[in-house]
Design a protein around this ligand. Structure first.
Ligand SMILES: [Zn+2]
Length: 351
């Protein structure tokens, strides 16, 4: 039986849950450097990449996203590994394809902001285009079902990426998303809602937002995008407690020191599972069909999101049930010595 493609799923009214955040997860585990953020782990420890894909599918992802984010020529050149670019991309795609085939998930190729694009700089933009082209062609060659083009700050760069998917993507659908700063406009001055509309009109299968903002500050914009666009939209916030005054994870400051926490001290601002439930509930109600979590996410966050979207991925076998806890549970099996005695000791406020 052939699996349904991305567009078929979305047009049929299905939702597509997408695990992202590979860079942050591997940085946290000690296999990738914060700063350059290059997915060298694909070359150095391919088994770990495979394992993380499997873990995210286990937790509810419908998509196995090849880990080629920032595996582009500019980044590899910067760390002196330009010669490894094909090895890295091919390896990442093969791993993702293997997991996708085994699990029945969709395999996506991944391109992103080039970090060299500049409005009105033709030479830089030709280089960005060449970077998109080679990564898209590898994704096609190794069997991607669609292409994710993401974290664009400029409408111009997102348009260029979409143009490249159309030109070199052998008809594969494109999911194109913006990262928004503290402003609701792209860096090249287009309201992001309008930018999404234009990309949809230009043929993107899905448009929307990923990264940058947490659920609380991303959702007001997502609602406007839902209103403006006709087709499926994407929302993949970072799971951090951003605020109106500090709407992105780059702008979050430690209240005790006033210092920026991005990226090393971000864990203090992680969303609770309940806050992920709130996000997923709102996203579902708004009609976000392509939904997930970006940098900072991990499997337990994705699992609760999947549950709100009505799924029961294998990881739900181990979803929390505190009624079974010897101290917090109400079952008569448990001794009052613990459910009352010890529990009350833990609940006492320190004097
Ligand atoms: Zn991200």
């Amino acid at each position: 039986m052939s699996k349904k493609g991305l567009v078929e799923r979305l047009n049929g009214g299905d939702n597509v849950i997408v695990a992202e955040g590979y860079l942050f997860e591997f940085e946290r585990r000690g296999y990738l450097k914060a700063g350059t953020f290059v997915p060298e782990v694909v070359i150095e420890q391919p088994d770990l990449v495979k394992s993380l894909h499997e873990e995210y599918v286990h937790a509810g992802s419908d998509v196995t996203l090849a880990f080629t984010y920032y595996g582009h020529r500019e980044k590899l050149k910067f760390i002196g590994r330009e010669a490894d670019i094909e090895t890295l991309n091919v390896q990442a795609l093969k791993i993702a394809k293997e997991v996708a085939d085994k699990t029945g998930t969709l395999m996506a190729g991944n391109i992103c902001n080039s970090t060299i694009y500049e409005k009105n700089n033709q030479e830089a933009n030709d280089m960005a285009k060449a970077m998109f082209k080679e990564q898209i062609q590898w994704a096609v060659q190794y069997g991607a079902d669609f292409i994710v083009a993401e974290t664009f700050s400029d409408f111009g760069e997102a348009s260029l990426a979409l143009e490249c998917v159309k030109q070199y993507g052998n008809g594969l659908p494109a999911v194109v998303s913006f990262i928004t700063s503290n402003s609701d406009e792209t860096l090249d001055g287009i309201p992001v809602v309008e930018a999404c509309k234009r990309l949809e009109d230009a043929g993107a299968a899905v448009v929307g937002l990923n990264c940058g903002r947490g659920p609380r500050t991303m959702m007001p914009l997502v609602r406007k995008i839902r209103h403006a666009c006709k087709g499926p939209i994407a929302a993949l916030p970072v799971p951090y407690r951003t605020t109106v005054g500090q709407p992105t994870f780059q702008s979050l400051q430690d209240p005790e020191t006033g210092k920026a926490v991005f990226p090393e001290d971000l864990p203090a601002f992680l969303c609770s599972r309940s806050q992920i439930v709130e996000f997923a509930t709102e996203a579902k109600e708004v009609g976000v069909q392509y939904v997930g979590l970006c940098c900072g996410s991990s499997s337990h966050c994705l699992r609760v999101l999947a549950e709100v979207y009505g799924r029961q991925p294998p990881a739900c076998k181990y979803s929390p049930d505190m009624s079974k806890h010897f101290m917090w549970g109400k079952d008569p099996h448990f001794k009052k010595y613990y459910t009352e005695g010890l529990r009350n000791e833990f609940l006492k406020e320190a004097i």
